[in-house]
Write a new protein. Structure first.
Length: 202
């Protein structure tokens, strides 16, 4: 975690998307008052964001730690969070389709139940728990696996947040619960996870 007293000054900012794309994701460095620095991930988001849900899962080590955000009128909010090094972390989607180190079915299901259970314990919903929104860190030497949820754009308290008006209907193996534009209900996260988990476990 970032110490309570720190200089939250971005001293370096490097875009993570190709130059031809709109830049919303950055690797950055925070300068701390101790004289040290901290690598962080910065995402620019123009709309809503489930800050409390992200922070809650972060305290459970089920999401990257959210250090804070910077809000300036007229520009997207910059959310500053823990940086997950690509050399150590992959999306679950990448492991399912391209990797050779996919966690066992039992271990995968246990980790996913932990995420859904934590959300439901606080009546929180994420709304978009597809494989591409799970980061997986595998330490083969220690035989340890970590799961962290990302992308909290739709997240919030159940009954108070909504799906976007349009959701991609052509994603293979995904059965969206609820209705496009409708309320994200408690239980929807579990239904969505089950739709793709059962397919990839066959």
């Amino acid at each position: 975690m970032v110490p309570a007293r720190c200089l939250t000054i971005i001293v370096a900012l490097s875009p993570l998307r190709p130059k031809s794309q709109i830049q919303t994701d950055f690797r950055a460095t925070l300068g701390l008052d101790s004289g040290s620095s901290l690598p962080v991930f910065v995402r620019l988001i123009p709309g809503s964001y489930g800050v409390e849900v992200h922070r809650f899962l972060g305290t459970k080590h089920l999401a990257p730690a959210l250090y804070g955000y910077s809000k300036v009128d007229g520009v997207p909010i910059a959310y500053i969070m823990e940086y997950l090094d690509p050399s150590e972390w992959s999306t679950l989607h990448e492991l399912i389709h391209f990797g050779d180190a996919l966690p066992s079915d039992a271990r995968l299901r246990e980790s996913l139940r932990s995420v859904v259970g934590a959300l439901e314990s606080r009546s929180y919903v994420h709304g978009d728990l597809r494989p591409n929104n799970f980061m997986v860190g595998i330490d083969e030497a220690m035989d340890e696996i970590e799961f962290k949820v990302i992308d909290f754009d739709w997240a919030g308290e159940t009954g108070e947040v909504y799906y976007p008006a349009e959701r991609n209907p052509s994603i293979e193996g995904i059965e969206w619960p609820g209705k496009a534009g409708g309320i994200i209900s408690l239980g929807d996260d579990e239904k969505l996870v089950k739709s793709w988990l059962d397919l990839n476990s066959e």
